[in-house]
Design a protein. Structure first.
Length: 95
């Protein structure tokens, strides 16, 4: 995963690249609005009620703020994304 800030004003916008490989599922809490566009493979996720969603190439996923998602271990996809937040140091490109 890698992301960079698009602007540094009071309404930050970040773009990035998201990759999943089959393996262990994980939970992620979205604290801001984020859109992902699947560019390769599939991304499988569940909400906290257990509803399963499968996003494939060309699909757009919208995550609202204050939402927890479980990404399933069967996912093998890639996506580009835009998030309404500051770029996270943990996701910065390698230098």
């Amino acid at each position: 995963m890698a992301e960079v800030a698009v602007t540094n004003n009071s309404a930050p916008l970040t773009i990035g690249h998201f990759t999943m490989s089959p393996g262990v599922e994980f939970e992620y809490f979205y604290d801001s609005v984020e859109y992902k566009v699947v560019t390769k493979g599939k991304i499988v996720m569940r909400d906290m009620e257990g509803n399963k969603y499968v996003a494939e190439v060309g699909d757009v996923i919208l995550f609202s703020a204050d939402v927890k998602v479980i990404f399933d271990a069967e996912s093998d996809g890639e996506a580009i994304y835009t998030a309404h937040r500051q770029a996270a140091e943990d996701f910065a490109p390698a230098k």
